[in-house]
Design a protein around this ligand. Structure first.
Ligand SMILES: Cc1cc2nc3c(=O)[nH]c(=O)nc-3n(C[C@H](O)[C@H](O)[C@H](O)COP(=O)(O)OP(=O)(O)OC[C@H]3O[C@@H](n4cnc5c(N)ncnc54)[C@H](O)[C@@H]3O)c2cc1C
Length: 351
């Protein structure tokens, strides 16, 4: 009998699988490529909310766990995944500059917000009110991470590239069975795909579609990420990701014309050099009602777990909460109530 079945191998499933490997647990992953959120993510890790200059929920703790976690995966997979990249926030007014200074005075934010404003960062990105630099930021190449980890699991015979069929899951007293596979526990990490999961779709999961365009801009020569009304993230070879959009109405997984137009308009207002759109991608962010992750044990079936609700912050959140979930399952270390899915079960779960 296996220790675990894991359903879904986006950022959540990867972090869970790594935690299982750390504990020498036997497991099998099911992945059907139905969701793309982790694959298309900008991959930014950034502890500061750049709209209001506030700290991301639990940012310090998340950063301490996430960066070493991805560095270890670099070593394991022999692939470059972590790219430290500075983020410059473009200011639109003197008031914004003042808000930045006020925020930088706060103890938890001071280590991240540089108070030496920069007048010019690039001749093609003018700013009347300068730029503020965020420290300790960077990008995780989620595309390489996912591809390499999937290959690794394939070589280890630990992944099956097929849809997990919920109707075929049999729940026993101390185990689960699925098409001839028995395991002690099952953890669902399907992102927005959880809407089809009859065991956990009672949870208030809100899909938020996000789209990026990729532009080719030879004259731009930008090494840093810039945040204005959109992010520009350098990819190398004069290519840049520009985005992302936020849309909580549209659940079509394909990229759309309206988002492309919105992003072209915003980048035209931000950079002065020529560019060409060469690609566009879309994914549905799995967000929760209260913007915190939702993880833990099913209210009725004790061998069923889920790890979801990362919204727009999966890169930093997944290494931390995966650790907490496995400690909860294996060592009965209680989950913090603010992330435990039980906070919704009383209101939403009907047996
Ligand atoms: C455009 C965009 C930009 C983003 N940028 C950033 C960023 O810069 N930084 C950041 O931290 N976050 C970013 N995010 C958010 C981040 O992508 C998410 O928080 C994260 O990817 C969620 O990971 P997940 O594993 O929960 O879900 P997903 O990535 O959706 O993974 C779920 C996996 O489960 C699989 N699956 C689902 N159902 C089944 C089934 N029945 N059987 C088998 N497999 C199944 C899917 O195919 C998928 O691979 C961005 C998101 C988008 C859309």
């Amino acid at each position: 009998m296996l220790d675990y079945i894991v359903v879904g191998l986006g950022l959540s499933g990867i972090a869970i699988s790594r935690r299982l490997e750390e504990r020498n647990k036997n497991f099998i992953v099911f992945e059907d490529n139905s969701q793309k959120s982790s694959l298309v993510a900008g991959g930014l890790f950034n502890p500061v909310i750049l709209k209001r200059f506030t700290l991301v929920w639990n940012a310090n703790e998340q950063m301490k766990i996430a960066i070493p976690f991805y560095k270890e995966m670099e070593t394991q997979l022999q692939a470059k995944i972590v790219y430290p990249i500075e983020i410059y926030r473009k200011f639109f007014s003197a008031e914004e500059q003042n808000n930045w200074f006020e925020a930088a005075d706060k103890p938890l934010l001071s280590e991240y917000l540089d108070t030496n404003l920069v007048k010019d960062i690039n001749p093609n990105i003018p700013s009347e009110f300068s730029f503020g630099r965020v420290r300790q930021t960077g990008v995780i190449d989620t595309d390489i991470l996912i591809k390499e980890y999937r290959n690794y699991l394939k070589n280890e015979d630990k992944i099956q590239f097929e849809r997990f069929d919920y109707a075929a899951l049999q729940i026993n007293e101390d185990s689960v069975s699925y098409n001839g596979i028995s395991a002690k526990q099952i953890i669902f990490c399907e992102g927005f795909g959880m809407q089809h999961n009859p065991f956990f779709n009672y949870l208030p999961l809100r899909g938020n579609k996000g789209e990026y365009i990729t532009i080719y801009a030879e004259a731009l020569q930008l090494k840093e990420a810039v945040k204005s009304s959109v992010f520009i993230i350098p990819l190398g070879n004069d290519l840049y990701k520009v985005g992302a959009t936020y849309n909580n109405q549209d659940k079509d997984p394909q990229p759309g014309e309206a988002a492309r137009q919105e992003l072209v308009k915003k980048i035209t207002q931000l950079i002065t050099c020529k560019f060409e759109v060469v690609d566009q991608s879309a994914g549905i962010r799995p967000a929760s009602k209260d913007r915190k992750p939702m993880l833990g044990r099913h209210p009725k079936y004790k061998n069923l777990y889920c790890c979801n609700g990362f919204g727009s912050r999966g890169v930093l959140i997944s290494p931390m909460v995966s650790k907490q979930l496995i400690e909860f399952i294996e060592n009965e270390v209680q989950l913090p109530p603010e992330i435990d899915l039980q906070r919704f079960s009383k209101k939403h779960y009907t047996d």
